[in-house]
Design a protein around this ligand. Structure first.
Ligand SMILES: [Zn+2]
Length: 315
């Protein structure tokens, strides 16, 4: 008797192939429909392993792994907790689509489960707290713009990499390959251009130098003007640095550092803050490092720019 799972796999492959034919707007509409119709994501089935998220080729915006609330609910909760209210500042939540577009999504692709459930939740909480709290004004929260970190239990196919919008940032976990060819391949698959306006250096050479130069990670910024795909690369070795099972503070600090770079911060701090480089393991596991005020402002301005860009793309 044929294995019924084979039929199901073929059906899913057909659905994904059909979704591949849709344009950006149609995929977004489909995603909104799916999101509106589904319940909370499945819970963990294996100890140490987060719930498996079904491939979501519709949008490459996968389900959050660790919570039972929708992005829209989380936006509302965050705004309620941050005290943002009132006629002038209340964001428009008439549709789920509106709130989806206001999420800055950092998605960590972890197909082999390098991070266990506890570590994932810890990093998610620390990163979201740091980024959602960095805007003192808070002009981002007033507009309903919220940062979200997701862990995804799968890898992306090459053609999926080209579908990231301005407000999405993939994070890839990669081996410490001295040549850097493993990460250059991904940059190429994102169709990142050879030359980016206003960027004074060759981003591929820069990524190669950093990856082979003993750093914990590297980042590809989107440049100014039109936003090209931004992306972060972290070395798999940081998942055992400082703690055999991974240290949430160290991984958070590594992520926040690279996130600063993908927001077009091109210099390093010398005062031991988030944008400082080559910090010791001891320093990285101590506390979540704050950004310098100037770096914080750059991130806020970049996110505001991306929001305007996103709005112009979707209107
Ligand atoms: Zn750096």
């Amino acid at each position: 008797m044929p294995d019924p799972r084979q039929g199901a796999a073929a059906a899913v492959a057909n659905i994904i192939a059909a979704i591949d034919q849709l344009d950006e707007r149609e995929r977004q509409r489909l995603y909104v429909q799916l999101l509106a119709s589904r319940g909370p994501p499945p819970t963990s089935t294996r100890p140490g392993q987060a719930a498996t998220v079904l491939p979501n080729a519709a949008t490459i915006l996968p389900s959050p792994v660790s919570n039972a609330t929708s992005p829209a609910t989380r936006v509302r909760t965050y705004l309620a907790e941050s005290g943002v209210s009132g006629k002038d500042t209340a964001p428009d939540f008439t549709g789920i689509a509106a709130s989806i577009r206001k999420l800055i999504t950092i998605a960590v692709y972890d197909p082999t489960g390098l991070a266990g459930t506890e570590l994932r939740r810890g990093v998610q909480r620390l990163v979201e707290t740091a980024l959602n709290g960095l805007d003192a004004t808070p002009s981002l929260a007033k507009r309903g713009i919220v940062f979200e970190l997701q862990w995804v239990n799968r890898d992306l196919r090459a053609q999926e990499r080209t579908r990231f919008g301005p407000m999405q940032c993939p994070v890839y976990l990669a081996d410490d390959d001295k040549s850097g060819s493993n990460i250059i391949k991904i940059i190429d698959e994102h169709r990142y251009p050879k030359l980016v306006p206003y960027m004074k250096f060759d981003i591929r050479q820069h990524a190669r130098d950093e990856w082979g130069g003993g750093l914990r990670g590297t980042a590809v910024p989107p440049g100014l003007g039109r936003a090209y795909n931004r992306m972060i690369f972290l070395k798999k070795s940081i998942f055992t640095e400082g703690d055999r099972m991974g240290n949430k503070t160290l991984i958070t600090n590594a992520l926040l550092h690279e996130f600063g770079h993908v927001c077009n911060i091109t210099t390093h701090a010398t005062d031991g803050t988030a944008m400082a480089t080559r910090l010791t393991t001891q320093r990285m596991i101590g506390d979540v490092l704050p950004y310098r005020p100037g770096d914080r402002d750059k991130i806020v301005r970049e996110v505001e720019r991306l929001w305007m860009l996103q709005k112009s793309l979707s209107s």
